[in-house]
Design a protein around this ligand. Sequence first.
Ligand code: HEM
Length: 446
Amino acid sequence: MQEKPISLRKRLFYTRSVTDASRTRAVLNNAILHLHPTTIPVPALRFTYTWGLGGISTVLAFLLGFTGLLLMFRYDANVGSAYHSIQLLEAQVVFGALIRAVHHWSANLLVVISFLHLVRVFATGGYKRGRTMNWLVGVVLFVIILAFNFTGYLLPWDQLAYWAITVSTSLLSYIPLIGDLLRNFFLGGADVGQSTLRNFYAIHVALLPVLLVGAVSYHFWKIRKNGGISQPERQNGSAAERLTTIPNLVQREFAVGAIVIVVVLLFSMFTPAPLAGIADPVHSPNPAKAAWYFMGLQELLLHMDALAAIGVVGIVLLAMFSIPYLDRRGSDIGIYFRSKKGKIAALVGALLALDLVPLLVIADQFWVDVSTWVPGASPGLTNALIPFSLTILGLLLIYGLIRLFVQANHSESMVGIFIFVIIGLVVLTVIGVYFRGPNMALVLPF
Ligand code: HEM
């Protein structure tokens, strides 16, 4: 049977759409290959190596940028109208409540996911072999994410926002020398008010996005420059088998991205973003808690003077930045927890944190009173210097014990102490969020 000739109109349309499609594909491929190398080693594709955490952080950052932009059309950064602009957005704008919920939950999820990404990178020694700078930028990225959440927290101008920011910013004053200056700079005055809202809004929608885009761009460029993510070194020196990035990696990234978006959307459809009553500077809720990601710090403050707590946090932050310099052994890169002994050290660190931290919290609450140890001593000694020194000594002791009893090397022992600090922080956060009631007394959550 003779084939029907294709009309000129159809031929033109067909050729045009084919060229358009291939052009779009070429542009897309080109963009992807600016981010990724053209081929990647097969082990780097293993999902259980990265758990897709960096990719999920990227998707969440995009979701936040998009929904944040939409929110800006309705939000009014004025103490007299901020709260009502949120109410109107939720009540009158089509999908307004959903957009706000997606923004809210993605922001909270990004804190969790980027934290887990940080832990994964540490666990596989992803800061070794030329990746020091990317680790440092990563820690800065995490601080930027916290700052985004913190400044965004105030914007709804409800009771939760007002008092959480009042509690958190009061801590700034305890930073030696520059504390008051910093507090006045952020608050724009002595108390949380119109200037604070304006400052936080400007930082949230202008300053932080610029910093985030700059830091993430460097982060991606450096991964590309390092020839992709970290890999275990091969015994015989041979190179790992490589596959093309398109479609092998890109397909997986798109699948993970699609799943993240669906999960966040579904969750946000059924769980609205919280909005308490309008901010009331006269009546403080009891307990007045900081945002959940600062509850670890707030919990610490219940056990020592603010200066000592800030000192502990400062040292932990400094140690985070110094990790690539403290652990220079490159041969264990790409191996979860470095070795078998490293895994044992991690387990010891985790178990110690799970037992010791709640025990110390309970002991300090009910039994221990440091001021009776040194009668007549100043509160500076009993509330600040002694608890601070004991905390730092305790951490060094755990490191020493792991070295001694697990017979771990320096790199493996660092895994133990890192996991102790990470799990300890999680435990303090859980206690602060769920086990603190009126007047911040210890209570059972059920
Ligand atoms: C907005 C936040 C972040 C985004 C979007 C992001 C994105 C990514 C992506 C996509 C990767 C490669 C694949 C993967 O590991 O999943 C990666 C790797 C890496 N990230 Fe991040 N990241 C973020 C935050 C952080 C943080 C908080 C740290 C740690 C302090 C960090 C340190 C690193 C390092 C050192 C690598 C290379 C790891 C290796 O070679 O194994 N990143 N990041």
